[in-house]
Design a protein around this ligand. Sequence first.
Ligand SMILES: C=C(O[C@H]1C=CC=C(C(=O)O)[C@@H]1O)C(=O)O
Length: 407
Amino acid sequence: MVGPACAPDRPPSAALSRSHLNGAALPATDQNRVSCEGPTDLLESYRPTSFFLSSPRGPLLADAPLHRLASVDTASAALSRASENNVLFGALPFDGSQPPQLGLGAVVRLPAPLTVHQEIAAPVPIGADTSWAWEEPDDTLYKEAVRAVIKRIGQGEVDKVVLARAIDLTADRDIEVGDILRALVTAEPDAYSFAVDLGDRTLVGASPELLVSVHNGRATANPLAGSAPRHPDPVLDRIQATQLLESAKDQREHQVVVDAVADALAPLCRELETPARPALSRTRTMWHLSSRVTAVPREGVTALDLARALHPTPAVCGQPTGAARQAIRELEASPRGFYSGMVGWTDTRGDGEWVVSIRCGEVRGKSLRLFAGAGIVAGSTPEGEAAETRAKLRTMLLACGAIEATS
Ligand SMILES: C=C(O[C@H]1C=CC=C(C(=O)O)[C@@H]1O)C(=O)O
């Protein structure tokens, strides 16, 4: 069970729909899906063993402990035998070096975006009383790896590689994942904030990137690639965005991902539509080039089927996939674990949402390992990519209070 505040399949309280759902009444059709009682919100029901994912469509919370299932096929088979209100939820790592973390059971889903109470939201970072020890990322090794990728691109071995780096932080007390989650939901209301119990550690983050969702018979993927850091000055911020939109290098980096997404969806879908050119999307720390790809899944194709066909897109791996994977194995200093995998859920109808697990970290006791990567293509520079990954790390550094918004 999720806890005293929320339980599936009973009508939601008026207090919840007014205070926590942006003042919007819950749609009548979804009223049997969730019940929350008392002056609390879904985040307050989060426990270290829970699975949580916020989304523009509404948050999902599950409290069944996740099981290490031998394979996603086992999990899919279990879902196909499950009763109607069951949902398969969890996380898949970047590669097969670790088993997936998946659970199956009843969940609480709210049918509108979560907004955190203003009075709760005000102090965004977690405990001002937590102090962090961490070393500023050393760019030297990362730049060396970027140079090695640029060389491989020049030699025609690969077109694009997403190269990641990690930094380690230590808190002076056990880290409260719920606090980081609340800070992320508050600071990144348009992102997919998540926390997944991995057994010995917890994956927590706020991804801006929807790998794929299926809803009302339509699939949507929202690949992001091509980035620029936000600027605190609004005029300079706009200039950064405009330059990104016009950058030939970033357009190339983006198009590689859109083409791969379309190719992966095509055999499983009909009526595939891709935009002619990318739009801009933003997080608190980054601008991105963004494309919304839509399609109609063929009969029997689930959100999880589509997510597996898509993963890893060149937004986290590269192109061609095999050569990019090889470069990642050889050149990255830290194993990725669940960073750049996927987090999400699929229900018995095949609906679901899977997001790319980026802008995240793994919490273990007092330790937090954060990850960020950047797509390297012809025209990339070691300095530019090092700066981009530093900027991406700020999402999590801000959320845990290790840096301040003005720094
Ligand atoms: C791999 C990451 O971002 C991806 C998503 C958006 C933009 C990206 C880029 O511009 O390189 C990356 O492909 C990350 O944040 O760790």
